[in-house]
Design a protein. Sequence first.
Length: 159
Amino acid sequence: MQKVQIVCVGKLKEAYWRQACEEYEKRLRPFADFRIVELPECRLPDTPSQAQIDAALEEEGRHILSICGSGEKIPLCIEGKEIDSPALARHLQQAAVQGAGQVSFIIGSSFGLAPVVKQAGRLRLSMSPMTFPHQLARVMLCEQIYRAFQILNHGKYHK
């Protein structure tokens, strides 16, 4: 069974976002060893300098990469590639065939991701040119991972 995780900086505060993610976790159980790993966001002052932001991103980046290990890393970032759901399904399938022990989707903090994290990904993914709250992006990513496994298993969910 393929291991898939979402590594994200920050916690979901609202119950409805958590419930949505929990529903997709439940739906994914037959297809993948799926989990969501929430990492703490570095504390910054109300108006941080760019140097403070960069230092926080580097610290978060080290933590992220230690959780991801040697498996496939897919950071979500604005400069990433937009792909459709079947292409995501093919990418997950290809990662499994190539022996990636784990696929880690990575969602950064409100300041984004450290360059080292972005560079670690063979595929950098953009969900849309629009901006979404991180909480909603996490739910959308859970849904797309579920949809990808439905596509790969010829389920009726994807039309």
